[in-house]
Structure formats: C-alpha cells, structure tokens
Ligand binder design. Structure first.
Ligand SMILES: [Ca+2]
Ligand SMILES: [Ca+2]
Length: 302
C-alpha cells in the first residue's frame, strides 16, 4: 500500500470508528434482522468495508474452490444460555477454510439469538447460520442461508482503542424448519494473531426441544409425548404417563411399539412386555397394567 492509500485507509477506519462510537456505546438487543436476511447483500456489506488489497485477497480466496472443500468438524452442539468458548479460529482473510462450526437443534418458529463476543481484542468475529449440517466447508456454503451477523454490538470495553473497531455479531432470526442448523464463525478484518478466541452464546427454544433435561442429540425421544395419561389410539387408560427413563415417557415407548410392529399382535405383545417391566419396577399396579393392555388390544394399531 502506498503512503496516500495508507492514510486514506486509516482515515476511513477512523471515520468509521468515530461514527460508531457516537451512535452506540452499549450492548443493545436486537430483534429480527431484516437488512441482513439477504445473503448477497450481506456479502456486499463485507466487501464494502475492506480496503482494495484486502478485497482482492478475499475475492481470490473465494474463487479458490480447492480451499473451500476442507473437511470440517463441529465444535459441539450449542444449548441456550450456555456460553461456549473457542480459540482455534484463524484469520479467514488469509485462510478462508479456517472457520469454526457449531450446531444446534431447534423447532420451527422459534426465535433464536446468536451472540458472538470477542475475547481476543484483535479479533473481528463474523457469524453465519445455515439450515442443516454438512461434512465440508463447501457443503456448508451450499446449505440454505438463514441469517448472519457482523458489526451489531460493541466489543467488550476492555478492547476499546485496540485494533479496528468493527463490532461483534448479535442477531436474531426465526427458524424456518425443525432440525439441526450450522453456525459458522470466522475472524474477518482482524489485527490479531492466531489463535483468536471468542465466546458464543445462543438463546431461544433450542437444544432440548421437549425440556426434559436431555439434549436432543442424546435424547432418544427429542419430542417426548407429555400427555398427562397414557392414551392409545384415542383410548385413555387413565394411567399417569410418567418418565420411564430420564428422557422417555411411557407413551414414547408405546409409540415405539406402534412404529416397529408389523401387525396388531406384535403391537399388543410389545406393549405387554413394557407393562410387565413397569409393574415389576413398581411404576404401575396390576389394575393399571390391565387398563393399558385393554387400550392396546382395542386399538387399530398398526
Ligand atoms: Ca429432550
Ligand atoms: Ca425426551
């Protein structure tokens, strides 16, 4: 960069810094992003805040498809209000395949907020959310784009006066479908050196969809049937539908019998096996066992 360009670049940064400091000095909550919903517009915002050299490098990296095909691994599943810290993310301008990946599970219609706070002051975090999970960085880019955030809230005060003053991501969106999502985190226009660390926190109805204390990725019934009593094909046994294990209710296990049975006899036999166990374990009385069996026998399952 020649001297004039250099001062022009610094001048633009200082101008940007002064504008931001005047407008926002505290962390603020935002509801749904509207202006960031469009992926291309978001990319444009990114490009616009780069100087020429950085933009050229970024574009070259984007065009280098080979570096986008790196196999990825997920750092873990994000759960609400449970901050996770990672320090492995690299400067993505120089190595665009060095991004961080997290997953979360959520149900359609949930409002989810992603907050990324830099712990290394030299970092400039940026985050994207895609629907689904994938095995390579290129495959992630091909997933449906959901939302992204970049310069949304001020970095921790301790970082004032260091490096660039680009802000940290804090953005909200509504989940279009029930299932797993990918959160991709990268460093962008940092002045720091690897590794750059950050804290990521998600809030919203994610991770433990049925609220039974078992995270979805370990819950054999992530959407447990929580009816007050055991109901089979409309027949209410009147027996309390309790958790048989920490993650599954009686009705969950009866539903499993319904799903796996090839004929009605198999279903009734499968339920009988369950109720025998529950009676032995003292969960139900002999009379209650009879009520559940009666409902199973009278059902049209399968
Ligand atoms: Ca659960
Ligand atoms: Ca469950």
């Amino acid at each position: 960069m020649n001297t004039i360009k250099h001062f022009l670049f610094i001048g633009i940064i200082l101008f940007a810094v002064s504008c931001k400091k005047d407008s926002t000095t505290e962390r603020t909550d935002k509801t749904t992003d509207t202006y960031l919903d469009d992926k291309e517009e978001f990319e444009l915002q990114i490009l616009n805040k780069m100087d020429t050299d950085m933009r050229t490098l970024y574009t070259q990296n984007q065009e280098n498809k080979g570096s986008m095909k790196a196999a990825i691994s997920y750092n873990g599943q994000l759960c609400p209000d449970s901050p996770e810290v990672d320090g492995a993310v690299k400067n993505s301008i120089n190595s665009i395949d060095q991004m961080d990946y997290w997953s979360f599970y959520g149900i359609a219609g949930s409002l989810v907020t992603v907050d990324v706070t830099r712990l290394s002051c030299g970092m400039d975090p940026i985050a994207w959310v895609f629907e689904g999970t994938a095995a390579t960085s290129e495959d992630v880019s091909a997933l449906p784009f959901v939302a992204a955030g970049d310069d949304d809230v001020a970095p921790p005060e301790v970082c004032d006066g260091t490096c660039f003053a680009w802000y940290d991501p804090n953005f909200s969106f509504v989940l279009p479908n029930t299932g797993y999502y990918t959160v991709r985190v990268a460093d962008f226009a940092s002045c720091g050196y690897d590794p750059l660390s950050y804290q990521i926190t998600l809030t919203g109805n994610i991770c433990d969809s049925d609220g039974d204390g078992c995270n979805d990725d370990e819950d054999p019934h992530p959407n447990s049937i929580m009816d007050a009593t055991v109901v089979i094909d409309g027949c209410d046994s009147g027996v309390d539908n309790v958790f048989v294990t920490s993650c599954s209710t009686m009705s969950d296990l009866i539903a499993d019998c319904a799903a796996s049975a090839n004929n009605h006899g198999q279903f009734v036999s499968c339920v009988a096996s369950l109720t025998n166990d529950w009676k032995s374990d003292g969960l139900i009385s002999g009379k209650e066992k009879g009520k559940i069996q009666s409902c199973a026998a009278g059902s049209n399952i399968p």
